[in-house]
Design a protein around this ligand. Sequence first.
Ligand code: HEC
Ligand code: HEC
Ligand code: HEC
Ligand code: HEC
Ligand code: HEC
Ligand code: HEC
Ligand code: HEC
Ligand code: HEC
Ligand code: HEC
Ligand code: HEC
Length: 472
Amino acid sequence: MRRRIQWLTHRLGASGQTPKWLAWATINLSIAAYFCVGLVAPASIGKTRWLPGETSHGHYQIEMDCDACHDPSRNTKKPTSADVMQDACIRCHGTQLQNARDTHPAKKFRDPTNAVLLEVLDAQNCLSCHQEHVPEQTTAMGLTMPKDYCWHCHQEIADSRPSHQGMAFDSCATAGCHNYHDNRALYEKYLDDHFGQPDHLDVTTLPLRRSSSAGNGSTKKVISLSIQDADYSPGQSFDTQLVNDWAETEHAAVGVNCTGCHRDDAQSDWSDAVSMDRCARCHADQVDSFQTGKHGMRLSVGLPAMTPDQARLPMHADQAHSKLDCNACHAGHRFDSQFASMQACLRCHADNHSLAYQSSSHANLWRDEIAGSLPAGSGVSCATCHLPRLENESGVWVNHDQNANLRPNETMAREVCVHCHGLEYALSALADQKSIDACFADPPATRIKSVEMAHQWFESRSTNRSTKGGGR
Ligand code: HEC
Ligand code: HEC
Ligand code: HEC
Ligand code: HEC
Ligand code: HEC
Ligand code: HEC
Ligand code: HEC
Ligand code: HEC
Ligand code: HEC
Ligand code: HEC
């Protein structure tokens, strides 16, 4: 290294164009800068070189923001394994696990009868099962532990449930059987309630979204606007097509004028750029949920928007630099949700599953719905499965977190498939990786057993009770 530098300064000095001292200073400064930048730089620069290993599929997008998980007040220089905050995991995932009615929450193990189990495995600590930066140990869903761990706490199950005799130690969490956290589509009562359903239900429609005529959940009278009402200043120049697009679509119909998006309030100046905070004033649920999934997670921690060139999944090269913001799917001033449901996705996504969609029977249904030969809500677009329509107190809304029901995928069965299919059929298709890869072009190859097992369990219990003479 020293010899190289000497050689370099010699060359620069000898050439007569740069004085020797300047060359020295430049080189020294660059070396110092290289080693110091990580200490003082903002989260996004420099610290990656301290990463001990590749970050998991779930978190790599925000890995630059070390402080999201490592407590900077514990060690100001360099993150370590000792300063990881369990609080941070719960801050980002707590609500999600609560909504999923987590069947193994930390509080379950505070109960003295269960507390002994913690000697086997500290189930109150997320890091017992989910470590980071250890790619060679990490499996799906950020898991970093061997598969047979259920058995350590549930060894008695083979005796108490004859149906479970002879099952492999590591088979409990096989698709369609049990999950550790989220069992909303797998608990026995739910399975039994859906026993005996046909593969294809008679009525197959999704909840319908509220339309402009219903307004934005408010009872205020809506005054729709037309081109003449547009409130931009006369001096402004831009492609007039955007005014037509606005006038022909939803926002004009519900009375949202140009300045509703382009100005913060009546006093502020016009701004061409419109951030998602503006949208949030009227669409809080969509903006919040967008930020907890893979599309919006970088924006949520203050990093620049995600772009396809940073993705690990296959993407179309021509969209490499498209920013993932609200306009990524709701292009232009039409904010067209039909375009957003499928064409928009396929501009970016290029994995086998996404590419197979067009030849599935679901895609035929979607095309028929758009053509008007099937009623609204009978088609299945990408968004039907990945941005599901959910119902809450204020009506139907679109969950913009495409990861919320993705893994474990039984969540999707309960939120989406059971509108149209029997539960057993849906769980079987979702347990079949080949079927997923082909975007459900064929019926599932095999059937999962859990629905039938749950039914038999309830049957045998009621037979036991009646033979004992009436039961409780
Ligand atoms: C999504 C959360 C998250 C982010 C973001 C994150 N880490 Fe970590 N990091 C962890 C977890 C979890 C561990 C494992 C802790 C344990 O083993 O107890 C860890 C461990 C480490 C370790 C110790 C590894 C070892 O072998 O002992 C280092 C060093 C580290 N991280 C550096 C970084 C740096 C540098 C960044 C930012 C560039 C970063 N981490 C970003 C979660 C994160
Ligand atoms: C005893 C092991 C264990 C512990 C402890 C644990 N998990 Fe998990 N986690 C799992 C398993 C197994 C999965 C795979 C999906 C499943 O079976 O539910 C998972 C999946 C997840 C997922 C993705 C799927 C989903 O249901 O949303 C998140 C997020 C998650 N865990 C967060 C956490 C957090 C936060 C903590 C700490 C409060 C935690 N986990 C503690 C075993 C564990
Ligand atoms: C800044 C917010 C944030 C923090 C802090 C954070 N996560 Fe995550 N995590 C996410 C997001 C966003 C995803 C990707 C979307 C998803 O899969 O839900 C994710 C993904 C995951 C997954 C994988 C889910 C899958 O489907 O593959 C697991 C498991 C997980 N997180 C557990 C943890 C644990 C344990 C910690 C604490 C060490 C933690 N997270 C800290 C935001 C966070
Ligand atoms: C650290 C110990 C521990 C581990 C590991 C563990 N469990 Fe549990 N599990 C418990 C405890 C404690 C209960 C609560 C039992 C009760 O309420 O009587 C429970 C309850 C359950 C239930 C009944 C859930 C309900 O309330 O409806 C099922 C099913 C289950 N576990 C399956 C699993 C599976 C599958 C795994 C592995 C993916 C697993 N468990 C891993 C300790 C554990
Ligand atoms: C629902 C919100 C919304 C409404 C209503 C709206 N815009 Fe926009 N507008 C946007 C967004 C989002 C962008 C893209 C900004 C960016 O890329 O940061 C944009 C961009 C623009 C731009 C700059 C980019 C370009 O294409 O030239 C102009 C000019 C513009 N809008 C004019 C108007 C006019 C005139 C109206 C009324 C007829 C209007 N907008 C109504 C959201 C809106
Ligand atoms: C001043 C309030 C307001 C603002 C600001 C606003 N919207 Fe809207 N938007 C509405 C109302 C009201 C509707 C009609 C009811 C509904 O669908 O929620 C609507 C409808 C929509 C629709 C559905 C369109 C359709 O054809 O189905 C989309 C998509 C949309 N907005 C996106 C956005 C985006 C993106 C932004 C930010 C760039 C934004 N909106 C800003 C009030 C607003
Ligand atoms: C990945 C693509 C995608 C992105 C990014 C996206 N949307 Fe959407 N959005 C959709 C789709 C698809 C629908 C219609 C789904 C349906 O009809 O079931 C929709 C519907 C909507 C609606 C009307 C439906 C409702 O929930 O009432 C609003 C409002 C909306 N989006 C706002 C936003 C905002 C605000 C952002 C930015 C935070 C955003 N969208 C980002 C795909 C997207
Ligand atoms: C501007 C490009 C773009 C558009 C448009 C887009 N996506 Fe994405 N999508 C991405 C990127 C980038 C990721 C993150 C991939 C990664 O981390 O490897 C992603 C992630 C996802 C994931 C999570 C994958 C995982 O393994 O966690 C799903 C599901 C998804 N997108 C579905 C959709 C759907 C459905 C639409 C349309 C409604 C859509 N996307 C529109 C670029 C896009
Ligand atoms: C009938 C429901 C359904 C439809 C329609 C659908 N998907 Fe999926 N998608 C799934 C399921 C299920 C998974 C796998 C989840 C898992 O990992 O178990 C998945 C996975 C994905 C992934 C992650 C792939 C990976 O390797 O991690 C992306 C990206 C995605 N879908 C995008 C799309 C796009 C884009 C479309 C439309 C062209 C689409 N999907 C249509 C159900 C659907
Ligand atoms: C809006 C209703 C609807 C939803 C939601 C829906 N499907 Fe379907 N699906 C259908 C209909 C109708 C068919 C039969 C189409 C045909 O035969 O033309 C079908 C066909 C299928 C097929 C067989 C494909 C073939 O060509 O034989 C599979 C597998 C499938 N769906 C799985 C799923 C899964 C898994 C989900 C949830 C992630 C789901 N579907 C969600 C309506 C729906």
